[in-house]
Design a binder for this molecule. Structure first.
Ligand code: B12
Length: 178
């Protein structure tokens, strides 16, 4: 039996050390401008959303005023790892005959006449929600079952029409349940 494209994509991401991966197809991407994958790549129809956990002890050390450095280093390391993984995953999808691009985890903004505007090329938080791997939290950040809100998110866009993963929780799951 041949392996489905969605499963191949997930298996590749798992092989890169990312254990939370979700997929959203075209019907999930009809939303606010920052959920539009075609800003990143013309013809994009689906997205793959990935999650890496933060080093939680480093957050305790930061908030406990012990030292901020481990959290800063973790942030740099995980963003780089996420960017690299998304670039590799996009390359893998291209090797299967589709178009694909990685969205940078951070510092990628839409062109705007106001030079300090921070409207992202793609909102990773919206992407994680519509891919079924995260839900809205009170802080504005999104939360995942396994890692809570202490996560970094990455996104790959592709012109492949992929089947969406199920949305497991109601929109208020983390707001009412935590
Ligand atoms: C701009 C930005 C910042 C700016 C914020 C400036 C500002 N005043 O808004 C600054 C530099 C301050 C910042 C800081 C941090 N950021 Co930041 N940031 C971004 C960035 C680049 C764009 C976010 C954005 O504006 N999106 C546009 C809006 C329209 O969409 P959105 O906010 O993503 O969508 C959500 C909200 O709009 C929300 N929402 C809309 N309406 C309403 C109404 C209510 C009531 C509620 C509750 C929510 C809500 O729903 C959407 C889905 O969650 C993203 C990367 C990206 N490209 O997505 C990272 C990102 C959001 N940041 C992230 C992180 C981790 C951080 C930090 C924790 C980093 C750190 N270690 O210090 C801090 C702290 C943030 C905090 N206090 O919560 C993560 C969030 C992970 C998560 N768990 O959600 C992201 C996704 C980066 C990543 N690749 O993982 N960030």
């Amino acid at each position: 039996m041949s392996i489905r494209l969605e499963q191949k994509i997930k298996d590749f991401a798992y092989s890169q050390g990312v254990d939370v991966v979700g997929i959203a197809g075209p019907e999930r991407l009809d939303g606010p401008p920052s959920l539009d994958p075609t800003y990143t790549m013309k013809g994009a129809r689906s997205i793959i959303s990935l999650i890496l956990p933060m080093d939680v002890q480093a957050i305790y050390d930061f908030l406990g005023k012990k030292t901020p450095i481990p959290h800063w280093l973790d942030q740099v390391k995980k963003n780089q790892q996420m960017h690299r993984t998304c670039e590799f995953l996009a390359g893998y999808i291209r090797s299967l005959g589709y178009k694909a691009e990685a969205v940078p985890p951070n510092s990628s903004y839409r062109r705007n006449p106001y030079i300090y505007a921070v409207q992202p090329s793609f909102a990773h938080r919206f992407g994680a929600i519509v891919s079924g791997i995260a839900g809205q939290g009170w802080s504005g950040n999104v939360m995942n079952d396994r890692y809570g809100a202490s996560i970094y998110i990455g996104t790959v866009v592709t012109d492949a029409v992929l089947e969406s993963d199920p949305i497991r929780h109601s929109p208020r799951h983390f707001m009412d349940g935590f």
